[in-house]
Design a binder for this molecule. Sequence first.
Ligand code: ZN
Length: 212
Amino acid sequence: MMLPPLYERPPRPLAMARWTITKFLWWQGGLWIAVGIVAWNWLTPSLESFATPAAWAVAAVYLRNVALLIAVAGGLHWWLFIRRRQGTRHKYDERWLSAGRRPFLFRNQTRDNVFWSLASACSIAALYEALMLWLYANDLIWTVPATGSLAGFGYTAALTLLIFPLGSVHFYANHRLLHTKHLYRWAHSLHHRNVNIGPWSGVSMHPLEHVL
Ligand SMILES: [Zn+2]
C-alpha cells in the first residue's frame, strides 16, 4: 500500500506540505469551507436569536441541515443508486443496497440510513451548533477578535485550516473508542450494519455516536 508522505520515514517536509495542501485540503476541504461560508451568511439565523435559546432558531438550523443532507446524500443517491448513471464503475461492492433485510430498520437499508441521518444526525448537530452560538452570543466562550480586524482575519484563517487536522485526530480517537467492546455493541454496530455502503450511510449512526 502507498502511504501518504505524511507517514513516510525519513520525513520529507516539502512532500508532506504538498500532500497536505493538494490532497488533504483540496478540493473536498475547499468545498466544506464554501458550504460553511454559504451556511453561515445566508442559511443561519442571526447570532442574537441564540442569545436566549429560541426554539424557532434551533428548528431553522435543523431544517437547514436536513435540506443540505437531502441535497448532497439524496442527490448522490438519486444519481448513483436510482438512475445508476455510473453502473458499478468505481463501486467497491458490486451489489446494490439491501431491501427486505432484517437488521435494518423498516427492513430497508436506504430508509434505515435516511431515518438515522435525518432524525439523529441533523438534530444533534443542530443542538451542538445552537449551544455554541448561545455561548458566543452571551460571551461565555473565548470571544473571536472583531471581524474586519487583522486579528479577526488571522484567527478565522488559522481556525479554518486547523479544523482539518483537528477533525482527523478527533475522528481517529472517537472511532477507536467506538470500536471497544461495549460501545461497539451498544452504538457503533448500527453504523457498521452498512457493509455495502450508499450515500446515506455516511452519518447513519446511533445517537450516542453522533454526540461523540
Ligand atoms: Zn467503525
